[in-house]
Ligand binder design. Structure first.
Ligand code: GLY
Length: 573
């Protein structure tokens, strides 16, 4: 309720967009002998394939795709946001690049509370406008990825060029982009610059028209000429901060200058003999995913129908427990202690599993965070790349809400994130996604907000690359990835079938199981209800997953995009 009050019409718009997408249909994955890109936008995927055809590796291609999506998929593709890049090289080495946004130095625990201790709603709060913006990480993240893991055959300048060209000469507006811009009319109208660029001041872009973004093209050109630091210390930084000052924002030139992308060790789990490589904090994605898989490993899901109430019951109980722990324990491990090893320990999962009644639902009121051993916006977008050598990238990045904070840094064409809402602005009070989060995720200067992004790589039992997957969707991301992994491993679906299949979501609180339109039959809902589950009346599509699988016998790359939201198929060669 709190969240609804805070967001009013905006929240309803976000939900409505999700509910208005096309129904799910089955199709064959796209096949490619050498390289493959699966992203939510075909134009951006083609950019990545072109880089690989010209000798680039998966990391080079991923960087070019990330910049291209900032042009062609403005709801989530970005320069003004942040994310995570999971890399597995052909020699088996895996690593994770953390380019999550960082709180400005002026942010503090109570920065989004009014004098009565209540959350500030609308502008000035953690969701809309300049005060909601975390220090963007995308440009430094791509810089780090290129320097350490690029092939060496492409320069920064060359990888930025396709995006600059797309922004300067324009690209054809698709049906889904036209619909997205129009249905976010109210949100995108909050700031004159955003309204001018994305809505042409109310003369909405129509499908088939050419969309040019000259300010963004000029920003890309500066990045080419002066390098990635230009964003953090050059003219772009000055333009962003000047606009921040005019609009009472928090971010300063020092915040931008001090931003660092970090390389982190991926989390590793094992599900029925398959290694799972996923994102560590400041994302909760990897830990929550592995914890749920550990719980589910104790049941033979393959004996249960894929869309049966029996399977959904067990998955819901695993989700409920892992999300209760998420709320209690997770935060930026550079600032707070998180018992990661305990949370992803198989023995801990065994204890949690013992609390599950295989016939009856628990209630979230009775499920509290467990005791693991020893301490140690709906809109986001995921893409994945596999090259001819078998190097793989799974990248999820975001502005948080669709079109971020709606604020655009004047003169740059850069839409700014509202990632500060991923902190617990008031610990114990729901955020944009209705998620309860604890003290460990309270706002602090230079801290990174907890994420649910879950870029994940799964290996075959012999240790070779099997598939990569990820999705947008706030907290639903983790459960979308869970559903897809169990669809592949337990139900032997190919990557397209696994992505197409209906999903469910439960996040501990609110205590409700969310299903998709056409995803839960009336019989299944009745069976779940009779077991004690509360099934949300409102159905909504969950996520926009993209994945690539390696066909075992042929080594062919199978690319799959999500029928729920993606703007075209995967592209391979
Ligand atoms: N902004 C969504 C996430 O990071 O989980």
């Amino acid at each position: 309720m709190n969240t609804l009050r805070r967001l009013g019409p905006i929240f309803l718009i976000v939900v409505f967009i999700n509910a208005s997408v096309a129904p799910i249909a089955a199709r064959e994955p796209v096949r490619g002998r050498r390289g493959m890109v699966a992203s939510t936008n075909e134009v951006a995927s083609r950019v990545g394939v072109d880089i690989m055809k010209r000798g680039g590796n998966a990391v080079d291609a991923a960087i070019a795709v990330a910049f291209a999506l900032a042009v062609t998929h403005p709801a989530a593709g970005n320069l003004g946001g942040g994310g995570f890049m999971m890399i597995r090289l052909k020699d088996g080495h895996s690593t994770a690049i953390d380019y999550r946004e960082m709180a400005p130095a002026a942010a503090h625990r109570d920065v989004y509370l009014d004098k009565n201790g209540n959350l500030i709603e609308g502008e000035g709060g953690s969701l809309i406008g300049y005060r909601a913006v975390g220090v963007p990480g995308t440009v430094r993240g791509m810089d780090l990825a290129l320097k350490k893991y690029g092939s060496g055959k492409f320069t920064w300048n060359q990888l930025v060029e396709p995006a600059r060209r797309l922004a300067a000469t324009g690209f054809t507006v698709t049906h889904s982009l036209a619909r997205s811009l129009k249905s976010n009319d109210e949100y995108l109208s909050k700031y004159a610059e955003t309204k001018r660029i994305y809505l042409r001041n109310g003369n909405f872009y129509r499908e088939g028209e050419i969309f040019r973004q000259p300010e963004l093209a000029a920003t890309f050109a500066r990045l080419q000429r002066f390098g990635p630091n230009e964003f953090y210390e050059g003219e772009t930084a000055r333009l962003i901060v000047a606009d921040m000052k005019r609009n009472n924002g928090l971010m300063t030139l020092e915040d931008l200058r001090d931003y660092v992308a970090k390389e982190r060790t991926p989390l590793r789990g094992n599900y029925r003999g398959h290694e799972i490589i996923s994102m560590p904090p400041p994302s909760s994605g990897g830990a929550v995913l592995i914890q749920m898989l550990n719980i589910l490993e104790g049941y033979d899901l393959s004996k249960l129908e894929a869309s049966s109430s029996d399977r959904y019951h067990l998955m819901t109980e695993a989700m409920r427990r892992a999300f209760a722990d998420r709320a209690e324990y997770m935060g930026d491990t550079d600032f707070v202690k998180v018992p990661i090893a305990g949370l992803i320990d198989k023995a801990y999962a065994t204890k949690l599993r013992a609390t599950i009644n295989t016939e009856r639902a628990s209630t979230s009121a009775e499920v509290r965070a467990g005791r693991p051993a020893g301490y140690e916006s709906e809109d986001t977008t995921h893409f994945t790349v596999v090259d001819a050598d078998g190097n793989a990238v799974a990248n999820t990045y975001t502005l948080n809400n669709s079109y971020g904070s709606a604020a655009m840094a004047k003169g740059t064409g850069i839409l700014l994130n509202d990632e500060m809402d991923d902190f617990a602005a008031k610990p114990g009070t729901p955020n944009l996604y209705g998620l309860i989060q604890g003290e460990r995720n309270a706002v602090a200067p230079k801290k990174r907000p907890l994420s649910a992004m879950t870029p994940t790589i799964v290996l075959r039992k012999d240790g070779s690359l099997w598939f990569t997957v990820g999705s947008p969707g706030g907290p639903t991301i983790i459960n979308t990835v869970l559903c897809i992994i169990t669809n592949v491993i337990d139900y032997e679906m190919n990557i397209q079938q696994a992505i197409d299949a209906p999903r469910i979501h439960h996040q501990w609180l609110p205590d409700e199981l969310v299903g998709e339109p056409f995803g839960l039959s009336g019989d299944t809902v009745r069976a779940l209800t009779s077991r004690g589950h509360t099934v949300a009346e409102k159905r909504r599509y969950l996520g926009d997953a993209e994945g690539i699988m390696i066909e075992e016998k042929t080594g062919i790359r199978l690319g799959a995009t999500d029928p729920r939201r993606s703007d075209g198929p995967a592209v391979g060669y």
